[in-house]
Design a protein around this ligand. Structure first.
Ligand code: NAD
Length: 259
């Protein structure tokens, strides 16, 4: 369990990839981390990695798109931590099959919107209510919320419109919560990873190897989960508090218009 004065972070989807890197860096920086994922194997591995470096963490499995499971996750935090200093909305999925905009079906759209947008939207609503109360009670002096969206919030990929729409929606969610929570001095940030080497992108590795070699990214290298984790760590430290509502690209310069 978290120590009395130890800040608590919830990182959704931290069983592997970007979420795991975020969980590890936050634990290193002194957070007690609630490791959330769908399946136990990866989540336990994240917890063990944190323990091995002297950090503290607990695993809570939950599907963020499921209201009852979100509530169970929050009940754990209410009962065992009694505070939440940082929420990182990281859990997200890519479409099972990339399908052309003129052919893609509703099933994939519903699934992506449910996990990538509805889940974090309502999880954040619940967390925000608690943060406001816990801040007023002095339990969480400086609560913060981060959304991990994507360059797909603004970059068009016509073979995965569902993913793009979910991330564009998440980008608006980050801005909405930033505006609503500013009066409570609760900073909210959106972080937009670019092409990051994880299991999610393993199936399209050759395509992106080629695109990167051809100059897709000015930096000419894949992003690493640690690149994203470093941006979250800066936010968690408070270095970006006055940038509430901002979207930060962690994309090796993908965002630059070049001529
Ligand atoms: P990943 O597939 O490697 O890991 C995703 C993690 O989320 C896993 O631990 C999985 O168990 C968990 N998860 C999936 N659905 C969940 C659900 N419904 N409830 C709770 N947990 C769930 O993915 P990643 O590459 O590490 O991506 C993490 C986030 O970053 C995602 O939101 C993704 O859209 C975003 N992102 C990734 C890239 C990239 O290139 N990898 C780029 C931009 C944005």
């Amino acid at each position: 369990m978290s120590g009395e004065n130890q800040p608590v972070a919830l990182v959704t989807g931290s069983g592997r990839g970007i979420g795991r890197a975020i969980a590890e860096v936050l634990a290193r920086d002194g957070f007690f981390v609630v490791v959330n994922a769908l399946r136990p194997e990866g989540a336990e591995e994240t917890r063990r990695a944190i323990f091995a470096r002297g950090g503290r963490a607990e695993v809570r499995l939950a599907d963020v798109s499921d209201r009852a499971q979100r509530q169970a996750l929050l009940s754990f935090i209410d009962e065992t931590c009694g505070r939440l200093d940082l929420l990182v909305n990281n859990a997200g999925i890519a479409p099972a099959v990339r399908a052309d905009l003129l052919a893609a079906g509703e099933e994939s759209f519903d699934r992506l919107l449910s996990i990538n947008l509805k889940g974090p939207y309502f999880l954040t609503q619940e967390v925000a209510r608690r943060m406001i109360a816990w801040k007023a009670e002095g339990k969480t002096p400086r609560p913060r919320i981060a959304f991990i969206s994507s360059i797909s919030a603004y970059a068009v990929s016509t073979d995965r419109g569902d993913y793009c729409v979910s991330k564009a929606g998440l980008s608006m969610a980050a801005q909405l919560f930033a505006a609503r929570l500013a009066e409570y001095d609760i900073p909210v940030i959106e972080i937009r990873p670019g092409v990051i080497q994880t299991d999610m992108t393993a199936g399209v590795k050759e395509k992106y190897d080629r695109l990167i070699a051809e100059g897709l990214l000015p930096t000419r290298r894949w992003g690493r989960p640690e690149d994203v984790a470093r941006a979250v760590a800066a936010f968690a430290r408070g270095d970006l508090d006055y940038s509430t509502g901002a979207a930060i690209d962690v994309s090796g310069g993908f965002n630059l218009r070049r001529l």
